[in-house]
Design a protein around this ligand. Structure first.
Ligand SMILES: C[S@@+](CC[C@H](N)C(=O)[O-])C[C@H]1O[C@@H](n2cnc3c(N)ncnc32)[C@H](O)[C@@H]1O
Length: 298
């Protein structure tokens, strides 16, 4: 198959940390399960083009030295040793699908779907054969694209581990400080993301009644939830459907700016499977935090 692998431009140094974590876990996963009877599948629901260009940044701070092309998640997964038995790449953009086809070069173990991630993932999960397969799903959306129903379908397989790049800052942006100013459209998107309306009372608690000259008046409902509180809420929501969920790794331009929160979740209910997966993921997250510390704050 001919064609070119076209790097997509997005992200920053935090994207490389995210991909390092994923890559380390994929190697851990295929190594840990290599002598078991299961067939191993890697599912990339927002697969991209197979390569990414990290821009040096616009404006006066543009640093051409910082611009660089890197392998994307699909490319890293294809090269993991020991290898996965099969791959499912889902990507909405036709250009990126062309690029993924060039990357896969007609390999029979790679299925490439030009489709919506939610639709295709639910189909894959609905027919997932738990007796024969184990796998890893990577959810790497640009924004609030992962619907709660999709996470439920992954959890219901009881056989897939997930790395989910939760869009923390994009979610905060939809949640105006004043509860009255959260538009109906934004509220619906947040509920679809979190699978509940409970965020309303959690993030915007009932204010104390204010006593004025004219008597008691209800105070204004304001958002008290910050990044930490939102992450804690997301973790609790994930724990309500998955067997185990990691503390998230915060990813952003600096230690003070969280753009995304990278969660790891295990759907397998088996105690030994949970322990193994969580031990692997937590070890990788701890090492990555240590390794990235000197770079943070830039
Ligand atoms: C952050 S990029 C993924 C990058 C990729 N994981 C990598 O490492 O190269 C997000 C990708 O999701 C695709 N995308 C956005 N919304 C989508 C949807 N609803 N379904 C499938 N793909 C989608 C975009 O075209 C984009 O390529």
């Amino acid at each position: 198959m001919t064609g070119e692998i076209l790097p997509q431009e997005f992200g920053g140094t935090w994207s490389l940390i995210k991909l390092d974590v994923l890559h380390d876990y994929l190697r851990f996963f295929t190594t840990a399960l290599k002598n078991q009877r299961f067939r191993l599948v890697y599912i990339d629901a927002f697969a991209g083009s197979g390569a990414m260009l990290i821009d040096g940044g616009p404006g006066p701070l543009f640093d051409p030295e910082a611009s660089s092309i890197h392998r994307g998640s699909a490319s890293l997964a294809l090269a993991v040793e020991p290898p996965f038995d099969s791959f499912q790449f889902v990507e909405r953009s036709a250009v990126n699908v062309q690029s993924l086809r060039a990357l896969a070069q007609g390999r029979p173990d790679v299925a490439i779907w030009q489709d919506d991630a939610n639709t295709r993932l639910r189909e894959i999960c609905a027919t997932f054969d738990r007796r024969s397969f184990r796998g890893v799903v990577f959810l790497d959306p640009f924004a609030l694209s992962v619907e709660w129903e999709t996470l439920k379908s992954i959890a219901a397989t009881g056989a897939l581990d997930v790395w989910y790049l939760f869009p923390t800052t994009a979610t905060v942006r939809l949640l105006a400080l004043d509860a009255e100013k959260v538009t109906a459209g934004n509220a619906a998107r947040v509920s679809q993301l979190l699978g509940t309306d409970d965020w309303r009372t959690e993030f915007y608690p009932e204010p104390p009644v204010q006593t004025t000259l004219f008597g008691n008046e209800p105070g204004q409902r304001r958002r008290l939830a910050d990044v930490v509180a939102i992450e804690a809420f997301v973790k609790r929501r994930l724990e309500s459907i998955f067997s185990a969920v990691s503390e998230p790794a915060r990813l952003g331009r600096s230690q003070n700016q969280t753009l995304f929160s990278l969660f790891f979740a295990v759907s397998n209910p088996n105690k030994r499977a949970i322990e193994l997966a969580m031990r692997g993921a937590q070890h990788i997250l701890r090492n990555r935090r240590r390794a990235s510390r000197p770079r943070s704050g830039r």
